[in-house]
Design a protein. Structure first.
Length: 321
């Protein structure tokens, strides 16, 4: 008679599953389970997200394998007791809590990683979130298994990091004591790329006293040649908009200086939905009152305008400012 498996999730691991599920509420998604097996108990310490280049659809899901492999190794090494891959989880549509033929192949591959087999979880939302866990053994066999959640159920050592803050401080002291002082390296400005672009933009702006914005309705505007340009203001303005594209909408984009305009081109979404043709828009170099240009129209630049325009394209609705 097979021994009943006992599986315990850390608070962090279980929350990772719930968060990823609701983040991709309209599609399938999944993740990789990392932990240790101690005294026949499967402890799931961490859950790796599937990665930015994963494929997410309503009925199909595929991991970003290079990302998952890299992150699993990096996170495992952070712990005092290094973690190992225990299995995986993914979401199924509706109430389907059994595996497909494609899942069978994936589960078989994972079960070969450990002599004890692997564990595989299925998430359903019908209508509440429901997690079903199976133990997978070879030849392919699924055994439904109960689970618990809670850091208090873990051995203390299993949740400890390899180096504590005190360890880091001590290592730094030893390093400073034993090393010959060297000239500190220059601090890298995380917005250096944007700063360079804006500097080029300003240089182009100063070449003329008149700005003509293609054939857009703003016609032309005369700006005194000696007017001061507030670089910090521009950096703050465009940084906020670019951060919204990256963090709020999670899109990949390119920005480029052409003459006296910044051109933005949205390439694709990190959730796998491709944009074809690309979404493109521009910002004019009327520095004191930047103008947002799209669909052969010009709008007064307002905070959040990048995201609002891209969302209107996604939802195929009319853009208004």
């Amino acid at each position: 008679m097979n021994e009943q498996k006992k599986i315990i999730f850390s608070n962090r691991a279980f929350n990772s599953i719930v968060s990823e599920t609701y983040d991709k509420i309209k599609t399938e998604t999944g993740g990789i389970l990392l932990g240790r097996i101690i005294d026949s108990i499967w402890y799931v310490v961490e859950v790796i997200d599937p990665g930015p280049n994963s494929i997410f659809t309503i009925t199909y899901f595929e991991y970003d394998t290079p990302y998952v492999n890299h992150l699993a190794k990096a996170i495992s090494k952070q712990y005092k007791i290094e973690l190992a891959v225990l299995g995986l989880w993914h979401r199924h549509p509706g109430s389907m809590d059994t595996f497909s033929s494609t899942d069978d192949l994936t589960n078989s591959e994972f079960s070969r990683l450990l002599p004890q087999g692997a564990i595989s979880g299925l998430i359903n939302i019908d209508p509440d979130l429901r997690l079903t866990i199976y133990h997978v053994s070879l030849p392919l066999k699924y055994t439904k298994t109960s689970f618990e959640v809670g850091d208090s159920l873990f051995p203390d050592e299993l949740l400890k990091y390899k180096f504590s803050i005190a360890d880091h401080k001590q290592q730094n002291k030893e390093k400073i004591k034993n090393e010959i002082p060297i000239t500190p390296s220059k601090t890298v400005n995380p917005r250096k790329g944007l700063l360079n672009k804006l500097s080029k933009l300003v240089s182009n702006f100063r070449k003329t006293t008149t700005i003509i914005i293609n054939n857009y309705p703003t016609a032309e505007n005369s700006i005194p040649q000696n007017k001061s340009i507030d670089i910090d203001f521009l950096i703050e303005l465009y940084s906020k908009e670019e951060l919204q594209l990256e963090n709020t909408l999670q899109v990949n984009y390119e920005s480029e200086i052409r003459g006296r305009q910044i051109f933005y081109s949205v390439k694709d979404f990190k959730n796998g939905t491709l944009i074809n043709p690309r979404i493109e828009f521009q910002v004019s170099t009327e520095i004191t009152n930047p103008t947002f240009l799209c669909d052969n129209k010009a709008y007064k630049f307002k905070e959040g305008i990048f995201s609002r325009y891209v969302e209107s394209k996604i939802n195929q609705t009319e853009f208004t400012n």
